[in-house]
Design a protein around this ligand. Structure first.
Ligand code: GLN
Length: 192
C-alpha cells in the first residue's frame, strides 16, 4: 500500500524534503508526497515533514494560514528538521515561536552561537549501524527530552535527534546529502 506524506510548504527547504521523501518511497507503489499550505491538504496524510528554514517565520505563517490547531492535532507521524524541530517541541527559548507541542523537549534556537553558520558532524545515531553525516545549519539543540521522548543522538552542545512515538525530530538536515536511512527508519515507524 502507498504512503501519503505532506511537506509543510510555508517557508524553508520544502523542495529538498519533497525530493528526499519521493526517493525514499520510490519502492512503495501508490505513494505520494504533496506540499501542505492549507488545512485541507492535511486530509488523509500518513505523515508530515516540517522543514528547515526560519522557525519564527514559519510560526507566523502557520498562524496566518489558520494551521495552528490542525497541525497541533495532526495524527500521523511528524518528521521535523532544524526549524521544524523548534516548531515540533513543547518548549523553546524564543517567545516568537508558538510551538506545536508534538514532541516533549526543551529546544534552544541557534545553539551553536552566531559565528558558527554551519558544521558537518559524523554522528552516531541510535538504530543506525554506521554513522550519519549530519549537516547543521544555524541549528537548534534540545537541552532536555521530556516524557516519552527518546534521545537518538547527541553532541557536546546538546540533543540533536529524538523520537517520540511516530514523530522524529533532527537538529540537522537528513533531507540534504542523499542518505535516506533516517527517512526509512521514520517510514518503518509509521506502520503503514
Ligand atoms: N535558525 C533557524 C531557526 O531557529 C533554523 C535553521 C534551519 O532550519 N536551517 O529557525
Amino acid at each position: 500500500m502507498g504512503v501519503k506524506v505532506g511537506v509543510l510548504a510555508l517557508q524553508g527547504d520544502v523542495s529538498e524534503h519533497i525530493a528526499a521523501f519521493r526517493q525514499a518511497l520510490a519502492d512503495r507503489p501508490g505513494s505520494m508526497v504533496i506540499p501542505v499550505r492549507h488545512t485541507e491538504d492535511l486530509a488523509g496524510l500518513d505523515a508530515l515533514a516540517i522543514p528547515g528554514g526560519e522557525s519564527t517565520t514559519i510560526s507566523r505563517l502557520i498562524e496566518k494560514n489558520g494551521l495552528y490547531e490542525p497541525l497541533a492535532e495532526f495524527e500521523g507521524g511528524v518528521f521535523a528538521t532544524c526549524a521544524g524541530m523548534v516548531l515540533a517541541a513543547d518548549r523553546v527559548d524564543d517567545p516568537r515561536v508558538r510551538t506545536l507541542n508534538l514532541i516533549s523537549m526543551h529546544v534552544t534556537r541557534n545553539a551553536f552561537g552566531r559565528q558558527v553558520d554551519s558544521r558537518e558532524v559524523l554522528l552516531a545515531v541510535k538504530g543506525l549501524s554506521e554513522p550519519f553525516r549530519a549537516v547543521f545549519i544555524r541549528a537548534p539543540v534540545a537541552t532536555e527530552a521530556g516524557p516519552g521522548t527518546e534521545v537518538l543522538a547527541r553532541i557536546p552542545e546538546g540533543i540533536v535527534a529524538v523520537r517520540n512515538g511516530r514523530h522524529m525530530a533532527f537538529a540537522f538536515h537528513p533531507e540534504l546529502g542523499g542518505d535516506l536511512r533516517l527517512h526509512r527508519m521514520f517510514l518503518e515507524g509509521l506502520g503503514v
